[in-house]
Design a protein around this ligand. Structure first.
Ligand SMILES: [Zn+2]
Length: 275
């Protein structure tokens, strides 16, 4: 079993991270089923593609049990993202139990039909990317979409990382208006991480996700926020499982987060939203 896993991870990292990986495996408490709160399946305008099969292989090699998956910035998005959303649903059906399917929308466009179609189908969350779809978080169409998600009791993951200019100030009115809305800040709001922690720490339904955040910012996050509000993510294909697990666990350790908090960060904090 151990040899198999080692071979798997060496295939993922071309062997360069064997020692790092050993440390990571030692850090993950026994029995924890790692949950990745941010991953993509499909195609991106930048040329990257991820299939459901390759995602499953990476998860198996790294011992990740379940992942939230949603489309990339897909060149085939058409108007309503229905094509890429269908790819996510097919992945969910092909590998039952492996994926938590989120759909993606463009707030600029007429999104009501696709929103309703996906909710009816059984999608478990919504992904929004303000940079790729070029909207502000306080755009009335986005605000209306957040209200719709709150009403449908649907979690929303927002890209809150690279290339974002405004996160906290445009988002706060929505969070105050819908305290029940479950929100995942993708990349932990890293351009305004301290402001985000201060503004949202009293809003327990706002979670901070750790993928591809710089080490310094992750350290700040783990030093200032209750770890029950932090969740591990990889952002495959922009991050990989070994290095994002290492980055998250190393930052938590450096910030003095107790090991008892690790099962939550690696799994339960977000997993319980979907059980
Ligand atoms: Zn992403």
């Amino acid at each position: 079993m151990e040899t198999e896993r080692k071979r798997g991870i060496e295939a993922l990292t071309t062997g360069a991270m064997t020692d790092v990986w050993r440390w990571v495996r030692g850090k993950i408490p026994p029995g924890v089923e790692v949950f990745d709160a941010h991953a993509h399946i499909g195609a991106d305008v930048d040329g990257r593609t991820v299939t459901a099969e390759s995602m499953r292989e990476q998860m198996e090699a790294a011992g990740v049990a379940k992942s939230i998956v949603f489309p990339l910035n897909d060149p085939n998005a058409r108007d309503d993202y229905s094509g890429p959303n269908d790819v996510i649903w097919a992945a969910h059906e092909e590998y039952p139990g492996s994926f938590v399917p989120f759909f993606r929308l463009n707030p600029h466009l007429d999104y009501d039909r696709e929103f309703d179609r996906c909710v009816e189908r059984g999608f478990m969350g919504l992904k929004l990317h303000p940079v790729s779809q070029q909207f502000e978080l306080d755009d009335p169409r986005a605000v209306r979409l957040f209200a719709k998600a709150a009403e449908a009791d649907l979690p929303v993951l927002i890209h809150a990382g690279f290339a974002m200019q405004r996160i906290v100030e445009p988002l706060l009115p929505t969070i105050e208006a819908h305290p029940e809305l479950r929100l995942i800040l993708g990349h932990a709001g890293m351009v305004e991480i301290l402001e985000a922690v201060r503004a949202f720490e009293d809003h327990p339904n706002v979670h901070f996700e750790t993928s591809v955040v710089r080490a310094k910012d992750l350290y700040v996050l783990f030093s200032t926020l209750d770890p029950s509000r932090i969740s591990y993510g990889s952002d495959i294909p922009y991050g990989d499982l070994p290095s994002t697990l290492h980055g998250t666990l190393a930052a938590a350790e450096a910030a003095g987060v107790p090991d008892e908090a690790l099962p939550g960060i690696l799994s339960e904090n977000i997993r319980r939203w979907f059980s």
